[in-house]
Write a protein that binds this ligand. Structure first.
Ligand SMILES: [Ca+2]
Ligand SMILES: [Ca+2]
Length: 521
């Protein structure tokens, strides 16, 4: 090729090269312009656990804002069982080995949760195994982190499901009761019973077996409660003498005692936990069959029955303590990393929303807000949205934030605009929001200057549901009739369903026209 021809080819290709370059650079520039970081790395390492630890349970204790690793063992050798609780203090960013001593060494693979008796919250733990042994205790103890005291319940309150050899499967707390779903009959198989523990019931009467079983045997199952429903996604099973991972996924309603179907988690996992973060289920890595263990965080939106993924943590691991405050932190530590007992800690920190509401101006009567609980159950907006079905969400943060974007990530509707960047209150204006649905608005790349993350806020929309029970029926009609002609106040504004500033026959007619509608379960 002559020099001339090479030059010619270069100039011929130049516009194409320029175009490719621009296509690659423009999105990054656009992200910068929108205030988004180029990549969001939200996980960072915290201080190491005091010891290596596997098979502990992570428990967030709301009363003091601290994270506990309860039980577990430092290795798989006999005598390695952890004898004391470990406490992580987010304020000082330090771990402390507490003075309290567990009643026995069967503290591996327990089921734990925070339950309140006589106004005092405590961490209750059930069952467990001991390193190298193949038996399982049914013993229950409570740990009070504030006083650092342990109380062992009498044998009459042992978990009947343990039967000497069975470890708890998935577990979650609903309405101050601890539920255990399934279990591992050690080196025999997975089990499918569901048990309820009521800490306030009389001695010998705290345990009740549900009249239904899990759809298949599950063990070491990622489980969490959202809005009173317990979700399981992924679970270990015992097959051919081995612990394996599955995609088994379902829901359990502990009040109705019904099993529900959900979209299965997109990857097999087990030997890990699921956490309720902003009313969505985070399934945290886990699993042991290649390519597991994993560091993937799978996120389930129960309102649209859909799966997405969040930011991966760093070290793939299983059987590790993990928990969340639900709104700004997810902690994890230890577990098996590369099949070796680990002591590293990882923290996902993101800006904390403290409250959210759906706001409407009721004419001259003023502004009234429907609270939108951050971790479920969803608040129910019962007011109509006018000609173009408009609503407004207000999300209050603990500190000033900037949001990169706001969009509808579940349900029907769209974000017209959002305001408030640089303040502690983000206002999202929604339009085209259809009735009879649950909708999720996600503020993406929310930054408080230090931490960045996505914040999803969900809302039920059911026009005419003045009683906020998820259905429109005669109860809503009579409630609205009873307030007709009354001034609109903070206690009856839901009955002003057209947000006109007065409660009249027009509102009654709207409610009547919606009788028979209900939010999906
Ligand atoms: Ca109702
Ligand atoms: Ca009205």
């Amino acid at each position: 090729m002559t020099k001339h021809k090479t030059l010619h080819l270069f100039w011929a290709a130049f516009p194409l090269c320029l175009l490719i370059l621009l296509l690659q650079v423009m999105p990054a520039l656009a992200q910068r312009a929108a205030g988004k970081p180029d990549s969001i790395t939200t996980w960072s390492f915290g201080p190491n656990l005091p010891i290596t630890n596997v098979r502990a349970v992570g428990v967030f204790f709301p009363a003091n804002g601290r994270f506990y690793a309860v039980g577990g063992r430092s290795s798989d050798a006999f005598g390695s069982d952890a004898t004391n609780p470990f406490e992580y203090n987010p304020t000082t960013n330090t771990w402390t080995t507490k003075a309290a001593i567990f009643p026995d060494a069967h503290v591996n693979n327990m089921a734990c949760g925070v339950l309140t008796v006589s106004g005092t919250p405590q961490i209750y733990c059930v069952g467990g195994s001991q390193a190298t042994l193949v038996d399982a205790f049914g013993r229950v103890f409570s740990y009070n982190p504030v006083t650092d005291t342990l109380t062992t319940l009498t044998a009459a309150d042992d978990w009947p499901g343990a039967a000497g050899t069975i470890l708890p499967g998935g577990f979650a707390v609903v309405n101050n009761k601890l539920y255990i779903l399934g279990g591992f009959n050690i080196n025999v198989g997975s089990t499918n019973q569901i048990w309820e523990f009521d800490p306030t019931a009389a001695v010998g009467s705290k345990w009740t077996q549900a009249p239904v079983n899990t759809p298949e045997g599950i063990m070491y199952a990622p489980t969490c409660a959202i809005g009173g429903i317990i979700y399981v996604a992924g679970a270990s099973d015992f097959s051919g003498g081995l612990v394996i991972d599955t995609t088994n996924s379902f829901s359990f309603n502990p009040v109705a005692n019904t099993i529900g179907t959900i979209a299965p988690i997109p990857r097999a996992t087990g030997e890990t936990r699921a956490l309720n973060v902003y009313g969505q289920m985070w399934v945290m890595g886990g699993g042991r069959v290649a390519p597991n263990p994993s560091n993937e965080v799978d996120i389930y939106n129960p309102y649209c029955n859909t799966w997405t993924t969040g930011a991966r943590f760093v070290n793939p691991r299983r059987n590790f303590p993990t928990d969340t405050d639900g709104v700004s932190r997810v902690w994890l530590a230890g577990g098996y990393v590369n099949a070796v007992a680990d002591m590293t800690m990882e923290i996902d920190a993101f800006p904390m929303a403290v409250s959210a509401v759906s706001r409407k101006v009721h004419g001259a009567a003023g502004t009234f807000d429907v609270p939108l609980p951050l971790n479920g159950p969803t608040g129910i907006e019962c007011r109509s949205g006018g000609a173009t079905n408009d609503y407004q969400m207000i999300i209050n943060f603990a500190t000033s934030v900037t949001a990169g974007s706001a969009s509808v990530t579940c349900g029907t509707g769209s974000v017209g605009s959002f305001t408030g960047n640089g303040t502690a209150t983000i206002t999202v204006n929604l339009t085209g929001v259809t009735n009879v649905q649950r909708i999720t608005v996600t503020l993406a790349s929310v930054s408080d200057g230090t931490n960045t993350g996505d914040v999803p806020i969900s809302m039920g929309v059911l026009i005419g549901d003045t009683t906020a029970n998820g259905t429109v029926n005669s109860g809503d009609v009579s409630q609205t009739k009873s307030q007709s002609g009354q001034p609109v106040t903070g206690s009856n504004f839901r009955e002003d369903v057209n947000a006109s500033g007065t409660i009249s026959s027009t509102d009654v007619a709207i409610v009547k026209s919606k009788v028979g509608t209900a939010l999906p379960p």
